[in-house]
Design a protein around this ligand. Sequence first.
Ligand SMILES: [Zn+2]
Length: 487
Amino acid sequence: MSIKVLVSATLRTFTGRNASFLLDSKSVKGVLASLIEEYPDFAKALYDENDFLRSFINIYVNDVNIKQLQNLETRLKDGDTVLLLPAIAGGAPVESVIPQERRKEAKLDDTEIERFSKHLMLREIGVKGQKNIKAAKVLICGLGALGSVLAEYLAAAGVGTIGIVDFDVVNLQNLQNQILYGRRDLKRPKVMSAKDKIKGINQSINVETYNTKLEADNIKEIIADYDIVADATDNYKARYLINDACVLLGKPDVFGAIYQFEGQVSVFDSQHGPCYRCAFPAPPPSGLVPTCSEGGSISSLAGIIGSIQATEVLKLITGGGDVLIGEAFVFDAWNLTSSKVKIAKNDACPLCGLSPSITEVEDFDYEEFCGLKQDENEITVEGIAASVLAERISKGDRMTIVDVREPHERAINRFPNAIVIPIGQLARRQKELDPTIDTIFVCREGKRSVLAINTLREAGYTGPMYNLKGGIEAAKDVILPHEGAWL
Ligand SMILES: [Zn+2]
């Protein structure tokens, strides 16, 4: 008779780093006894002083918790699998993540004692906690809406070293919810404006700027020097890349996301709980779910979610408090409701599970994983530049322009001479298109129109189709000014 026993990562320090065993036992209790026989120290981890199984450990037989079976007396049969998993209690109190030697070096001068007096008054932070904050090195990935809030509050709190990564420049749309920037920052690199703002709050903060895009070949070098990474990016590729690098380098990843009226925060720390891949094994297919820039979001939401992210960062720095490890905080601003949901560590996780297959970010194809790569067998969608389309419109070329945006988006600006067919109705309404002439599809950013073309192809439409490159955003200056269509 053979029973497969799997030991979760956090318990493996007691089993000589071994993740799985084949044992011959008739009950769960017998399995534990065999393990203890081989690894006597494991007894202390498994049982308390009254010989009760410690409550932070869950044991599953073929995915069923033994609490729903006969507890330790649960009988086993040949081929059964027993899994030892520490409970993801959520709200796990953690020790400060700042290394001891750096904490000791930090000193507060008189000005700092005055400046941070409201922190010093808090028993949970105090002088010791403020020194930890001064010694801390936090990297903010993405300087959009959430990154703005993180940068301002972490600077105000006195974080000693703040790293900021973004490759973008400030544009007018950013000013709706990216509170780091003002009118004067337009067209400036975000990292430069952010650095000025942080220095304006506290000149003694060491600000490291990375005016670059995070990629598999630079991320490890960038995050290596930081204690905590805050993910404030806006795309799936960056999210998986940051998560993976954090797991591989053993850094906590403080995650925040906003979309329309909803926000999420979680702390992914694979040493104490699940990672982002445990929670979301794969991203949604490209183009199916709009990003925040396509779907929009209410201005003040970033303030709420970014502030919670900043608070989680400060809790990790000072140690103590209930940290959102193994949980996600979900907030709905429109209905003013919130909830905390549990996220379990996934033993089959390819990154932090029992037998990981991802061991280097360089070896993983993030573009392909996130559906950003052109499939070689897929027929490419042909794009048309806004200037070319403008010329064809002015020459009076025969063609059909189809606007696939939603009604409330068209209320912002009409696209001249376009017929309106939302994506969901395209296949059904393809008879309205003339397959003998060109059809140009337009949407806000040129992503949904690609989806529209692929949808029609699948539905059997054979006429020539083109995608307006960059969407209406790119055509604004070329086509729309003559129309006076902007509100
Ligand atoms: Zn994982």
